[in-house]
Ligand binder design. Structure first.
Ligand code: HEC
Ligand code: HEC
Ligand code: HEC
Ligand code: HEC
Ligand code: HEC
Ligand code: HEC
Ligand code: HEC
Ligand code: HEC
Length: 453
């Protein structure tokens, strides 16, 4: 929707003045890059000589990156390659790109939130407190149980693949880590070890920065319009264990987005994106954006009441946020478009769905504890039908039921949710009764692992 030629000259002239005081690069002599041959952005001033060299050479060597960056608001503000990729000589991530060998300029392909923080301290602070930063990479970096799952089981070490061989790390580097984030290891030349970079939302950088802003603001456009669309969340929030995009698209809100979204105004300034620009909320509207009296937040935990991801749902507290406050804030989102009567009646449904799911869980855990006490659980949970089903019950079917109820996707609450929760539960009950009656574990696995997902 932006008019790319007309507005840009003016914006660059105005904003360049502000940015000049923010960056050392911009404080140097101002010139404009020679971009003849590629689409002109008509920036007349704002870049240092060194910054221009990056842009000019890279418009030949990596034109896609330069084209993407040129479309960004930051290009208009004269924030360039230099501001994000040049590092101090003392940086643990320092290297020199091919075009800079022999100069005294050091670069890094890795850009952590510590760099963004220089100009966006509020966003980085909120993001850092959220489940998208440290907590997101915690299970895949720090948990022994998850390491066994990723490398021993999914990486095939259990069937003889050499422990530690690159093949056994694939599910981490190309799977879990691309959503959750990895801990970047450096090679001798300070380049990132390919098995650890690039990474997901909670990446841990060698300079101490945690998190990856590009998961929602794809580089090098870094657009807020993009982050406001549900697609920005869909690469991670999907699938059998957290089908949030599927739930959203099949909800009434998604119906509005799919049928009218093309006409919505996506480019409004931060904190000025309000009903009228759109007729129904996206993921960002409910979880992040400023709306009515609420300001934008990069802490996605702030507006949540329940913890719907772990085995048993509880009201959020501690590192997961403040559930009582979260409910009040989320209700304020709805109040922009619905009556309090409507919001209350929806809330009752969510609370009841959580209570129903928890009641299945509480009965299942009693059976599991009893089997454990009587020595009737196998050490290897993945060749024990009862334990496999237990996992599907909370992690797949039970999560779907809870997320479906919270975000109004009735097919996920019911057919992919509670309908399957009850079936899995009944199978568990049958295995439990058999083991107690016979005082032994059945010889063959009773569960087809792909069955109940
Ligand atoms: C606002 C900050 C910012 C600006 C401006 C910027 N980059 Fe980046 N760049 C990033 C981030 C963030 C990443 C992803 C880094 C990561 O995953 O650790 C990245 C990644 C890269 C990569 C490595 C990934 C790949 O796809 O090869 C290259 C090369 C790169 N940028 C070049 C450039 C060039 C050239 C420019 C100038 C035209 C530029 N960048 C401008 C922030 C920036
Ligand atoms: C004379 C050409 C030239 C100049 C000037 C130049 N680069 Fe590069 N740069 C390259 C080439 C070539 C590559 C390698 C691309 C590839 O791997 O395909 C590269 C790679 C990179 C990478 C990816 C990581 C790496 O080291 O391979 C980053 C980040 C980067 N350049 C940033 C910059 C920045 C920032 C500047 C300005 C301070 C700059 N470049 C100036 C040519 C140049
Ligand atoms: C040197 C300062 C500087 C750095 C470093 C910087 N930014 Fe920015 N950024 C700006 C300025 C100035 C604007 C405002 C541009 C405007 O509104 O026209 C901006 C705007 C943005 C926007 C809003 C774009 C829109 O569509 O309105 C996003 C998103 C963003 N930056 C993300 C990042 C990320 C992510 C990083 C780190 C990888 C980063 N920025 C690093 C200065 C910076
Ligand atoms: C989970 C997705 C997501 C991630 C991750 C994310 N952002 Fe954003 N960001 C958004 C959304 C959505 C908006 C637009 C909010 C609105 O509607 O005004 C936004 C807006 C912004 C803006 C515009 C000003 C504002 O606060 O509204 C800046 C600057 C920004 N983000 C920087 C960052 C930085 C820096 C990071 C990494 C530390 C980051 N973002 C990570 C989704 C994200
Ligand atoms: C690159 C993957 C990725 C993207 C993109 C992403 N998320 Fe997430 N999100 C995650 C992961 C991983 C978690 C689980 C964090 C944890 O382990 O605690 C999560 C958790 C959450 C949570 C629960 C908070 C908690 O306690 O951790 C919410 C709400 C959420 N995301 C909303 C969003 C929204 C809204 C967007 C898009 C604007 C989005 N996410 C984009 C990966 C992503
Ligand atoms: C109409 C507002 C709304 C929209 C739109 C929306 N959500 Fe939600 N979301 C909620 C509510 C309400 C909850 C449950 C809050 C609570 O805990 O009481 C929730 C819960 C979640 C959770 C669960 C956190 C946990 O504890 O497991 C995630 C993840 C999430 N949403 C992501 C998304 C994503 C991704 C999208 C878009 C595809 C989206 N949401 C769209 C309102 C919304
Ligand atoms: C497609 C992206 C994606 C992949 C791949 C993925 N996850 Fe997740 N994971 C998520 C999201 C999104 C959530 C948040 C679910 C919710 O809110 O209910 C999550 C939640 C979790 C949680 C619960 C939150 C917490 O921090 O305690 C754990 C543990 C977890 N994932 C571990 C893993 C492991 C281990 C792998 C690989 C074996 C993996 N995940 C693969 C996206 C992913
Ligand atoms: C930007 C406006 C907007 C916001 C904010 C919003 N909704 Fe909606 N909602 C709509 C529209 C429009 C519909 C479709 C109404 C219809 O079916 O005619 C809808 C439909 C619904 C429905 C389907 C049932 C029905 O009334 O048709 C539910 C449930 C719902 N919203 C709950 C919520 C909750 C809970 C929140 C806050 C977490 C929320 N909405 C926030 C606009 C909004």
């Amino acid at each position: 929707m932006r008019n790319l030629s007309g507005t840009i000259t003016v914006a660059a002239l105005l904003i360049a003045i502000t940015v000049a005081t923010m960056t050392s690069a911009a404080a140097q002599k101002k010139q404009s890059p020679d971009l003849s041959g590629s689409r002109s952005i008509l920036v007349e001033q704002g870049y240092s000589e060194d910054a221009i060299k990056c842009i000019e050479c890279h418009s030949e060597k990596t034109p896609g990156i330069v084209e993407g960056w040129k479309l960004s608001k930051m290009a208009l503000a004269a924030v360039s390659c230099y501001d994000c990729h040049v590092v101090q000589k003392s940086s643990p991530m320092k290297s020199q790109c091919e075009g800079l060998k022999g100069t005294n300029i050091y670069t890094s392909p890795m850009v952590s939130p510590k760099t963004c923080e220089k100009c966006h301290p509020t966003e980085v602070e909120q993001f850092s407190k959220s489940g998208h930063a440290y907590l997101a990479s915690k299970p895949v970096i720090e948990s022994e149980g998850m390491h066994k799952l990723m490398f021993y089981y999914e990486g095939g070490e259990f069937m003889g693949n050499t422990p530690g061989s690159p093949m056994t790390g694939t599910t981490h580097s190309a799977g879990c880590g691309l959503c959750h984030g990895s801990k970047i290891k450096l090679l001798e030349d300070n380049m990132p070890d390919p098995s650890t970079w690039p990474g997901g939302v909670g990446v841990r950088y060698p300079d101490g920065g945690i998190g990856n802003c590009t998961v929602c603001h794809t580089r090098h456009n870094f657009s807020i319009a993009e982050a406001r669309k549900p697609e920005a969340c869909a690469s991670c929030h999907l699938g059998p264990d957290h089908p949030d995009i599927e739930i959203y698209l099949s909800s009434k809100h998604g119906q509005q987005f799919l049928t009218h979204g093309e006409d919505w105004e996506w480019e409004s300034a931060p904190d000025a994106w309000e009903p009228g620009d759109y007729t129904a909320p996206t993921c960002a509207t409910c979880h992040m954006s400023g709306i009515g009296e609420l300001a934008t937040t990069h802490n996605i935990n702030e507006r949540l009441q329940w913890d719907l991801m772990h085995k048993r749902s509880v009201i959020r507290s501690g590192e997961r946020g403040d559930g009582e406050k979260g409910k009040i804030l989320m209700d304020k989102v709805c109040s922009n478009c619905h009556s309090s009567l409507h919001t209350k009646s929806v809330r009752v449904d969510v609370d009841n769905a959580v209570a129903l799911y928890n009641s299945y869980y509480d009965k299942a855990i009693v059976m599991k504890d009893d089997l454990k006490a009587k020595g009737l659980l196998k050490d290897d949970p993945w060749s024990d039908g009862f334990q496999e089903l237990f996992y599907y019950m909370w992690h797949h079917t039970g999560r779907r039921a809870r997320h479906g109820a919270a975000m109004f996707g009735p097919d996920y609450t019911h057919w992919h949710g509670f309908f399957q929760v009850f079936q899995v539960y009944k199978d568990m009950e049958e295995i439990y009764n058999w083991r107690i009656e016979n005082n032994k574990i059945e010889e063959m696995g009773t569960v087809m692992s792909t069955g109940p997902i």
